[in-house]
Design a protein around this ligand. Structure first.
Ligand code: KG4
Length: 353
């Protein structure tokens, strides 16, 4: 007698998923086939540079302009046709509502027109599952469960225990600003364009991290706080500028290196504490700030001391991208987790299942 394939196994055979990401200021589309990312197109919005931060209305407008060309390019680059696609995975939240609405509405239109099921994706979960992205011809190295993730981006700073692809528990989070926000806001104070994080990273390479010291928060447990650092940086510069109007220009690299060291010290202290408390030695970092070279170095140095195994997505998959959305969509597809057409985006949430 022939064995009947389970639903999940049937779904597994030749799965092509379109992923859509539009939660902030990157419009992205990706095609995943059988768990492997064939294309991951990202249109970043330069329009915000002059404003020192993302302007929500401008972000939504740019998403509207970018979404169709980005999806077309992703399909073309993957060498598939629209008819090959079996499901649409889209970022439902958290993020900027106007931005999310563009991706969500596009996903719905695409799903209706092509009679496809839709899969909602939590942006934070997607950043974590970026550690499972597979690319053709690239040897994969993925964490095993359970692992601990430090998720650090422009909107989030969280510590999460990941028990399975779709089973995650947040054990710590920022009580105010995110680490990326601290980088970006301090960069703005120094007159640097948005996003300031990568610029601080670059300037810090030739600066002295011990030159200046800034306040570190005393927050109990595994939570973070970055608003005090931002304020102490601002007041420090204000006082120095009164005496030396060229203080920033003359000390830019040392300021960047010292600020970066403070942020990394804060992030590392709670990451080490969480690893100790949970006994987990598989450590992943994700989100835009995980691209920071000093953070990557600090995590690797601690790994050598504490016997951690470390996982860091490559640059294209640590910043906002649809490859991580399609990958998360793939695990939800296998689990049969679909969503109806009336799903509305959400601006705020921590971690949905
Ligand atoms: O994950 P992401 O692309 O968007 C979300 O916030 O979801 O992260 C963007 C954040 C920005 O705050 C940016 O300044 C920061 O990541 N970032 C960095 C670096 N690259 C990006 N921060 C520090 N060092 C970097 N190399």
């Amino acid at each position: 007698m022939k064995r009947k394939d389970s639903k999940a196994e049937k779904r597994h055979a030749m799965t092509v998923i379109l992923g859509i990401e539009s939660s902030c200021d990157d419009t992205s589309a990706a095609i995943l086939k059988d768990g492997v990312i064939l294309s991951n197109i990202i249109a970043s919005q330069k329009v915000h540079e002059a404003y020192g931060g993302v302007v929500p209305e401008l972000a939504s407008r740019a998403h509207q302009q970018n979404i169709i060309p980005v999806v077309s390019e992703a399909i073309k680059k993957a060498g598939i046709t629209i008819q090959d696609i079996q499901a649409v995975a889209f970022t439902r939240g958290p993020g900027l509502l106007g931005s999310l609405l563009v991706g969500t509405s596009f996903a719905k239109g695409f799903a209706i027109a092509n009679r496809l099921p839709m899969i909602e994706v939590n942006h934070l979960q997607a950043h974590i599952l970026a550690n499972f992205i597979k690319e053709p011809g690239v040897e994969s190295h993925h964490p095993s469960f359970p692992f601990l993730t430090l998720l650090v981006s422009g909107g989030n700073s969280q510590l999460i225990v990941v028990r399975n692809y779709l089973d995650m528990e947040m054990v710590g989070q920022t009580i105010d600003d995110a680490a990326g926000e601290a980088f970006d806001k301090c960069a703005k104070v120094m007159g640097l364009p948005y996003p300031g994080g990568p610029i601080i990273d670059r300037l810090a390479q030739t600066g002295n991290p011990e030159r200046f010291s800034f306040n570190k928060p005393q927050i109990p447990g595994l939570d973070y706080s970055f608003s005090g650092l931002k304020t102490s940086f601002l007041y420090f510069l204000r006082d120095e500028l009164k005496q030396h109007p060229d203080f920033i220009q003359e000390n830019l690299n040392d300021l960047c290196a010292s600020l970066q060291k403070t942020v990394i010290d804060i992030l590392m202290s709670k990451l080490k504490k969480a690893a100790k408390q949970t006994g987990i030695k598989q450590i992943a970092i994700g989100g835009g700030v995980s691209a920071n070279s000093a953070l990557q170095k600090a995590v690797r140095e601690e790994a050598a001391l504490a016997g951690w195994e470390v996982f860091i997505p490559r640059l294209g998959f640590s910043l906002d991208n649809a490859g991580m959305v399609a990958t998360t969509g793939y695990y939800k597809y296998l689990a049969g987790q679909f969503i109806s057409l009336d799903a509305a985006p959400y601006a705020r949430t921590t971690l949905a299942g």
